[in-house]
Design a binder for this molecule. Structure first.
Ligand SMILES: [Zn+2]
Ligand SMILES: [Zn+2]
Length: 346
């Protein structure tokens, strides 16, 4: 089968690879119909994720059709249409019993990391009963791919951890796909203001279409001053960090209002400075989280009912054969005006 293989820092290639086989009775083999590339895949290509070794098939997002299941899989059978969760979970260990699937003792984020992933014709999914979600055959698969990772990540790590409430003023630092997913799902709670901050005018325009009430281009580094001016110097009730660099975390800690929440979504590769000298008396809450995908069933209902339309985040479409071009487009997102790039293998 064809698959996108990591070949060490800065290198990947579309290669012919053996088709995956069942390893455990709880496994399923899924034929991928649609997948996508995540910002995390670009981190991997930079060599930032040492758990990914040469020869690994990348990708942790996708939709497909069950090809084969092990004898221990009871919820799915061949031919079922399924959504693949970016988090694999056994459903039985101590972490899973707490709903913290991201820290599953035998799972967590393993797809396209420590086991082969979804940017291929077929993928093996461990603990299929808990790690796949059934989807109606007539559903809009393009929208559903956004449910593998970015929608639950924006919602759980940003909106739930930020405790967004009616009337709140929210700032989201970073208008990439996950920041925009947080923007879409924050609106479940009717905040009064959602301020989006980025350095890319195209992404900020998309944010405005998706419900941002204010947009700030931080190319001049003045985001803190501008947010404080917009909020009569009170700051924001919720500041979400959706980039993963020290500078954007710093914006969050400078704009959070007394009693407010900082919710970190970004994947950080280096330490940040935490200004406890000013924050110790500010009654703030700081949350971090790896997405657990426990809200995926709810988000799936929201997408199927049309209350959330994540398809709007897809800007480019490629065949699996052209995945190298897709990587090039996604890694030059600003130049190409790219948000999510969809890879089809129908
Ligand atoms: Zn992802
Ligand atoms: Zn578990």
């Amino acid at each position: 089968m064809k698959a996108l293989v990591y070949c060490g820092p800065e290198e990947c290639a579309l290669r012919e690879m053996p088709r995956p086989a069942l390893h455990a009775p709880t496994d399923a083999i899924v034929r991928i119909t649609k997948t996508t590339i995540c910002g995390t895949d670009l981190h991997i290509l930079k060599g930032d994720v040492p758990t990914v070794t040469d020869g690994r098939i990348l990708g942790h997002e996708g939709i497909g059709i069950v090809e084969e299941v092990g004898a221990g899989v009871s919820s799915f059978q061949g031919g079922d249409h399924v959504l693949i969760s970016c988090i694999t979970s056994c459903g039985k260990c101590a972490a899973c019993k707490k709903g913290m699937y991201s820290h599953c003792e035998q799972g967590g984020w393993i797809l396209g990391n420590t086991i082969d992933g979804t940017q291929a014709e077929f993928v093996r999914i461990p603990f299929a009963d808990n790690s796949l979600h059934a989807v109606p055959t007539e559903a809009d698969e393009e929208a559903l791919v956004m449910l593998s990772d970015i929608l639950p990540t924006g919602y759980e790590c940003g909106v739930l951890n930020g405790a967004v409430k009616p009337g709140d003023t929210v700032a989201i630092i970073g208008a990439g796909p996950v920041g925009l997913a947080a923007l879409l799902t924050a609106q479940f709670y009717a905040p009064d203001e959602i301020i989006m901050v980025d350095v890319d005018d195209n992404r900020l325009q998309v944010a405005q279409k998706l419900g941002a009430t204010q947009i700030i281009n931080n190319s001049d580094g003045q985001a803190v001053e501008k947010v404080m001016a917009l909020t009569e110097r009170r700051g924001v009730d919720v500041a979400m960090e959706a980039v993963g660099i020290p500078a954007s975390f710093d914006v969050c800690q400078r704009i959070v209002a007394a009693g407010g929440h900082i919710a970190n979504i970004g994947v950080h590769g280096q330490p940040v400075q935490l200004n406890l000298d000013t924050l110790w008396s500010h009654n703030i809450t700081l949350n971090t989280r790896l997405v657990d995908t426990v809200t995926t069933p709810m988000l799936l209902k929201k997408v199927l009912s049309g209350k959330v339309a994540p398809r709007q985040l897809i800007t480019h479409r490629f065949k699996l054969d052209d995945i190298m071009t897709a990587y090039d487009t996604f890694s030059h997102a600003m130049r190409e005006r790219a948000l999510k790039v969809l890879i089809t293998n129908d």
